[in-house]
Ligand binder design. Structure first.
Ligand code: GDG
Length: 498
């Protein structure tokens, strides 16, 4: 039974999965666990829910259908809280599904995660603006870890009817390996980052194996139609597979549907949290701590990652201060950068360049009363993230390439006051999806600086209608709808002859 009403709430999503997946085992696979157990400073075990966008959508599905979630056991107390097979029942306060932990050695994790996933596939899929690193040892670790996860899935599924839902670029080879072990499994995978054009993808020495691995899926999802087209184009050229219907590829006698499903956020929850007293207090605290009273605040907020255009944004701020001296003393560029992948050389270099850039700008233009660039390089509590969205006059997303970008959507949701402007790089999935949003090219430094200047000079509240329209779009296309549309595709597939 497939529902005709669009899924918009957690409850509708749960009803849908109960109706359509009750006869099958449901298994999710991701690198990160939904629950991490760790020892606190007093030696007590704490269970932390990993509240990212994906977990927010998948967790209610798992609660409704039971089943198992397979993930890398990375917490310091994960072994102590799992049984001898690496299994724990979660959520701890109301157990409803099984968390199957996969143990990786430091060496395996280094080669698979820091190595192939984040030094080869990540830059490759972000247009290779940062050169990908292709090392045979990383590739070997990546293959071995994908096999280890396939064995863990096979142990749970065996020869039963099952739906296996795989997340992201850590597992490009997994669906094919699962299929070899579990002939009855239906596999779906969501790729959270862009897919590059064929001319870029060709530089990967293992491109054929990766495409072949991903085509082990019955459904392969991306955020936007452009990534779907590029994937189909690349697979058709590299593997010579046949297009049997629009966005369907036939390979090794099986069909894979390649579809787009734009991810989103829990709009209502974000909007409600941004209205709360804790958030009001955080707004006041941040204004005071960083001397933001009376200043025009331009906010950047992301993981410190080269794909987010961290350096390009600083260059634009520098050009703004140089070209439009009247903004000096009035504007603050506040960068909340959450450190990420800090062991990887390209990220170390990025931190160094970012710190140098900040120092140079502050020295050249700042004075004892005004610092033009303020960086908070730490992972902030969520109320502070929401408070930053609320106090910003402009939120700038400057990605050079970005699958979707949830910061843009969270900023919109947090602005119950319909104030503030979103300035969004045209190279994000969000720019494709959000109707009529203001976009810019982060590579064009002067254009970027001019946009910032124009926004700083515009009358406040001028863009209220635009904010209202964009907020409505995100409210109506939320994360439950994203998850629902993938499950609808799978439910339809179950009934279709294969
Ligand atoms: C990948 C794709 C795609 C950031 N700093 C802090 C913090 N954050 C949170 C934000 C937001 C999330 O991190 C970032 O999500 P994005 O979507 O913007 O970017 P990626 O991390 O690169 O995500 C991306 C996404 O997957 C989903 O498919 O949209 O294109 O690259 O939620 O709020 N959260 C907290 N403290 C911080 O300091 N608590």
């Amino acid at each position: 039974m497939v529902s005709s009403r669009p899924i918009r709430t957690r409850r509708q999503l749960q009803t849908f999965v109960r109706q359509n997946f009750r006869d099958r085992l449901f298994v999710s696979v991701s690198n990160r666990e939904p629950f991490v157990h760790a020892y606190d400073s007093a030696g007590k075990i704490e269970a932390k829910f990993a509240a990212g966008g994906l977990t927010l959508a998948l967790h209610p599905v798992m609660q409704a259908v039971g089943g198992a979630w397979v993930a890398h056991g990375s917490g310091s107390a994960d072994r102590a809280t799992a049984d001898e097979h690496g299994r724990a029942r979660v959520p701890p306060e109301d157990p409803s599904y099984t968390l199957q932990r996969v143990w990786l050695s430091a060496r395996e994790n280094d080669g698979y995660y820091n190595g192939f996933a984040n030094q080869a596939l990540w830059p490759l899929c972000h247009n290779a603006f940062t050169k990908p690193v292709f090392r045979e040892a990383h590739w070997a670790a990546y293959q071995a870890v994908n096999r280890k996860f396939a064995d863990a899935v096979a142990k749970i599924v065996g020869r039963r009817d099952a739906t296996v839902f795989i997340q992201d670029y850590h597992f490009a080879l997994l669906s094919r390996l699962v299929r070899e072990r579990c002939p009855q499994a239906v596999c779906a995978q969501f790729w959270h980052i862009p897919w590059p054009v064929e001319g870029v993808f060709r530089v990967c020495p293992w491109r054929k194996q990766i495409l072949d691995g991903l085509l082990g899926n019955d459904v392969l999802g991306f955020h936007a139609p452009a990534y779907v087209e590029r994937f189909i184009d690349g697979a058709a050229r590299q593997l010579g597979c046949e297009r049997t219907a629009p966005r369907v590829l036939r390979h090794r006698n099986r069909e894979a549907r390649i579809r787009h499903f734009p991810i989103s956020i829990d709009f209502d929850k974000t909007a409600a949290a941004a209205r709360g007293a804790a958030c009001d207090a955080a707004v006041r605290g941040l204004r005071e701590r960083f001397g933001l009273q009376g200043k025009f605040v331009v906010l950047g907020l992301d993981r410190i990652d080269y794909s987010k255009g961290v350096i390009e944004r600083l260059q634009a701020v520098e050009a703004l201060l140089e070209t439009y001296p009247e903004v000096r003393g009035k504007i603050v560029f506040l960068y909340a950068g959450s450190p990420s992948r800090t062991k990887i050389p390209a990220y170390k270099a990025l931190h160094r360049d970012m710190n140098r850039g900040e120092r140079r700008i502050n020295k050249k233009y700042g004075n004892e009363r005004w610092r033009p660039v303020v960086t908070i390089a730490e992972h902030l509590p969520y109320e502070q993230v929401l408070a930053l969205y609320r106090l910003a006059d402009v939120c700038v997303v400057s990605s050079l390439d970005d699958g979707m970008n949830l910061v843009a959507k969270e900023f919109l949701a947090a602005r119950n006051d319909e104030q503030g402007r979103l300035l969004l790089s045209e190279f994000t999935g969000a720019a494709w999806e959000l109707p009529g949003v203001e976009t810019f090219n982060p590579f064009a430094t002067d254009e970027f600086a001019r946009k910032l200047y124009e926004l700083s000079a515009a009358a406040p509240g001028k863009a209220r209608a635009e904010m209202r329209r964009l907020r409505r779009h995100v409210r109506e296309n939320n994360v439950f709808g994203w998850m629902g549309s993938i499950l609808e595709e799978l439910a339809a597939l179950d009934r279709a002859p294969r």
